[in-house]
Design a protein around this ligand. Structure first.
Ligand code: NAD
Length: 288
């Protein structure tokens, strides 16, 4: 059985990092958790709500003694953070991240890390539309998948130790190839967010339907469908800029389907619409 980490450092104290901290506290581990966020305001909030055992003022301070370092900043910031913290990492430590995109993060972070540490990228498939240090909660990862995406040659013991850590936080874990991860996430997470953003954008753009009407009558699909359009703009900007190929490929597929449905509606092809909705309903009902 893998040994638990004695000291964990959380970098970027937002939804994911704060949920990791509360989940560690829920299971009552003796692990010491230190945290760092770039903004003084976030660090102040973290101290006020008791997020982390120690809130550090600098990156060297937060990583210095840590056995596990978790990069929980927006994907576009990971490389710069890795570069700055690299000289201060303890030999034998494991660095992981929780970024929603893997190839770009691995390319941005990996080259900065010394050979004396293990780099085991990960991605918890759990989230809400809320962000910031006060948005976390201890059950966020319960029965949700955390994908572990080790580049080839990663130390097996370090991978197993990280898997055991995530399972301790309530998650199920699965290993995935880097490229496949980015494609799967484009389908199940990135494109749905993009479409939710456009739903709100289009509704806002219409001159014949007022914003008041959208808010007033939003129960009919719009409210459920667009919940995730309230998500953090920085995080999602970075996701699309760093998962370009997979999201563009998937957008192409979605556009084809939409055109096919548009044609079926225009030509009154009820049979095609019915068959399509029957097939998709069966798939959707299989998702709990
Ligand atoms: P968040 O916006 O709640 O928190 C991000 C934190 O990082 C903030 O406290 C911000 O101040 C801090 N930060 C930003 N740039 C920084 C920098 N350069 N140095 C130090 N701190 C910095 O975001 P989140 O939802 O917790 O997302 C964090 C990571 O987790 C992202 O990479 C995201 O892709 C990934 N993720 C998010 C979700 C989700 O649904 N929210 C799910 C899985 C993975």
């Amino acid at each position: 059985m893998s040994e638990p980490y004695k000291r964990v450092a959380l970098i970027g104290l937002g939804l994911i990092a704060s949920s990791m901290f509360w989940a560690m506290r829920r299971i009552g581990t003796q692990t010491h958790v230190s945290g760092y966020a770039r903004s003084a305001e976030t660090r102040e909030t973290a101290r006020r709500i008791g997020l982390c055992d120690t809130v550090c003022e600098t990156l060297p301070e937060v990583v210095r003694d840590a056995d596990l370092i978790v990069l929980a900043v927006p994907v576009g910031a990971m490389g710069a953070v890795a570069k700055e913290m690299a000289p201060y990492l303890k030999p034998g430590a494991t660095v992981t991240d929780v970024g929603s995109v893997k190839q770009t993060v691995i390319d941005a972070v990996g080259p900065h890390l010394p050979d004396t540490v293990h780099f085991v990228p990960g991605h918890p498939m759990a989230g809400t539309e809320h962000s910031g240090p006060e948005s976390g909660f201890d059950s966020l990862f319960d029965n949700r998948w955390t994908l572990i995406v080790p580049p080839s040659g990663t130390d097996e013991e370090a991978v197993q130790r990280l898997e055991a850590y995530w399972q301790g936080l309530g998650a199920m874990t699965e290993r995935m190839e880097i490229e496949h991860h980015d494609l799967v996430c484009a389908v199940v997470s990135h494109i749905p967010h993009l479409i939710a953003y456009t739903m709100v954008g289009v509704a806002d753009d219409l001159s014949r339907v007022s914003d008041q009407e959208v808010i007033k009558f939003s129960a009919a699909g719009f409210r459920d469908f667009t919940r995730i359009a309230a998500s953090d703009p920085t995080m999602w900007r970075d996701v699309f800029l760093t998962n370009k190929d997979a999201t563009i490929e998937m957008l192409g597929r979605f556009t084809e389907e939409l055109f096919a449905l548009q044609r079926a509606i225009r030509t009154g092809d009820g049979e095609q619409l019915h068959a399509y909705f029957t097939r998709t309903r069966a798939i959707r009902r299989g998702i709990l």
